[in-house]
Design a protein around this ligand. Structure first.
Ligand SMILES: Cc1ncc(COP(=O)(O)O)c(C=O)c1O
Length: 376
């Protein structure tokens, strides 16, 4: 049995893609971009920054989202997170005494909605824009009110779609119909083909997460994605848009059903993983609007456990892993970020997982622990 970390395309979605039209509600208060990083870039560029203005980013973040800002000459600085994955407000205050902060990015890690009242108060008092990053879960984003000035999200992390960056504001855009997207059939078609191949491999129990497939993926990544030049990356809302993505955005029932089931799966894992050395973040009573994408567990052998689970067909992973900014890995000024970069293992809990999948995760984790004890 294979356990993926994200849901796979449903045959019904593919059928709808070819046979039905998407009707757009054009009174939205968000703009659509190709990726989440483009939504962020667009917002930051529109702040009309002065030379010394700085954007403050958590060190527990991914490089691919920061590089487009840096390549445009924007000053980026980092703060550490706390044990509970909240922004470290004391450190932010210290930095704000030295630098001119234009905006602060905070992340609702793994889809768990964080209480941002403290940082939101600080930002509005000091006239600093607060950007809430919901890239890890679109469903959490649509359910909660804004603490900050804008929210961004990345749909491809929550749903089986090729693309989808969102920039959401409280105020409804004027002239929103100007942004009505045209569908881009070819990109969607390639994505559907790729996703259907994965779906069949999973159905036939072929492990696509083992060592050989990871090496192949990393090899292809190196070939296709050598150092990119982000300075020319588009920061405009996309005109040619994915029909697959639009189908998701317009389907109102999807979010509530996903929310309920992923919460249930999260809670099941939380209640049933009982393995020496494993602990959890203090968020067992998470907000009822959170749609967790994964269950994070703290374990000092996270990397070994990750490899073991993947060799057994379970797509556990460490985030941001190789994508971490160098500062998050090496700088001792960021102890929490460093700790979580090494010790936080993410377990799948999305809505399509059934009890048998969750039991497999729990079983394989205990097998790993047993084998480790035998080796001692
Ligand atoms: C926290 C966070 N923010 C933003 C992004 C950017 O999303 P996208 O990949 O759609 O550009 C990512 C992606 O890795 C992310 O993890």
């Amino acid at each position: 049995m294979i356990v993926t970390s994200k849901t796979l395309l449903k045959f019904n979605t593919v059928k709808d893609f070819f046979h039905s039209e998407v009707v757009f509600d054009d009174s939205k208060n968000y703009q659509l971009f190709f990726q989440g990083r483009d939504a962020l870039l667009s917002y930051v560029l529109n702040l009309n920054l002065k030379e010394n203005d700085t954007i403050l980013v958590p060190a527990f973040f991914c490089n691919s989202t920061i590089l487009p800002l840096i390549d445009r000459g924007i000053n980026v600085d980092f703060f550490d997170i706390t044990n509970s994955l909240h922004p470290n407000i004391n450190e932010i205050i210290e930095i704000s005494n030295e630098k001119s902060l234009a905006a602060i990015i905070v992340v609702h890690y793994f889809g768990i909605v964080r209480d941002l009242s403290e940082i939101s108060f600080f930002c509005s008092k000091n006239n600093i824009k607060l950007i809430e990053d919901f890239s890890h879960s679109y469903c959490s984003m649509v359910n909660v009110n804004l603490f900050g000035d804008v929210k961004i999200s990345s749909l491809r992390k929550t749903f089986p779609v090729a693309c989808g960056g969102i920039l959401y504001r409280e105020k409804i855009r004027e002239n929103s119909s100007a942004y009505l997207p045209k569908s881009c059939f070819f990109r969607d078609f390639l994505f559907i083909c790729k996703n259907l191949i994965i779906k069949f491999l999973v159905l036939f129990n072929i492990n696509i997460f083992g060592k050989w497939s990871n090496s192949l993926r990393n090899y292809l990544r190196v070939i296709f994605m050598k150092k990119k030049d982000y300075s020319k990356k588009s920061h405009f809302p996309t005109e040619k848009y994915s029909k697959l993505t639009s189908q998701i955005i317009e389907n109102k029932n999807l979010v509530s059903s996903k929310l309920e089931k992923s919460q249930e799966n999260y809670q099941f894992l939380l209640n049933n993983i009982d393995i020496a050395g494993i602990s959890f973040l203090n968020e067992s009573s998470f907000d009822k609007y959170s749609a967790p994408q994964v269950l994070p567990v703290i374990y000092h052998e996270a990397e070994n456990m990750e490899q073991y689970l993947r060799s057994k067909g379970i797509e556990a992973y460490i985030w941001p892993g190789e994508e971490a900014p160098d500062i998050g890995i090496s700088d001792t000024n960021f102890p929490c970020t460093n700790f979580y970069n090494k010790n936080l293992l993410l377990l799948p809990c999305h809505e399509d997982l059934k009890i048998k999948h969750l039991n497999k995760i729990i079983y394989e984790m205990s097998q790993f622990s047993l084998k480790k004890n035998e080796r001692k």
